[in-house]
Design a protein. Sequence first.
Length: 273
Amino acid sequence: MYSNTKAVNIRDAIKQKLVDVKIKWHGMENSESVSSRHGYNLRMVLQNLTNSDLKIEVPCGSMFTPKDTSRQNMIITEDIMVDLGPKKQKTEYANGYCCEAHDGAPMIDQVYIIRKPAKESLIKLARFIRDHKIQGYGVQRAIWSVSDKYDIDDINTGDTSSVALIRYVGDLRGIAKADIEKAILRSLKNNGKVYEQQIAIEIPIEKESLVWIMIQDVNNHTVKVVAAKQLAVKGILKRDVGVSSIDLGAGDFFVRVYSKDGFIGEKKFRLDS
């Protein structure tokens, strides 16, 4: 039925009012998401507004922009083709990665729109990731290396894919060959192993407050700030926190929540080495 139907880019289809598209964050509900910032975590509901068959293309490198501009944009690393019959609706899931390291992590039911394309360097990287079938936290680090100039030796996929990914990102950023090779050696420490978890916190909040969410070690040293001055309403603060040994190392840690009045609550976790 759709073999002779010409594919329409989703951005063009939206502009031409051929489809209605609703996109939400899906990370908390989806067991395939290995951290709060990547995985099959974008839920797209596409509605055909026409009386004709449509083939909608969501190309690799498409960027999803949150309506809440304090949150990160997302980029997908695969091609998605959606066949829609007249007036029909279909739900698809996309493999999204954050591409603004210093903005807030996505929240439950975060709403996204497709408004503008990603920059060319990110699109090239997304296609490389697609073509080499690479997934996981190393991919997230590679994307942040291009979008936010993270160190390339932080790119660690836990297998030999790290080497190809570091070389590609290094070349894409114009980093000297000698520095790329040094980064590869540093990345492969711990035999290339990366440990990561998704920590779901549920902390009671007695009154509406601005809260700080941070990760601290057993000596109460702050090793990572997850969120600063986030508004939390009275009730239960629910948050999905992605953690990795690339950032924290190994050992016991706590996700802790504070307000200006002091400590509110915590959850302990362990990253093995």
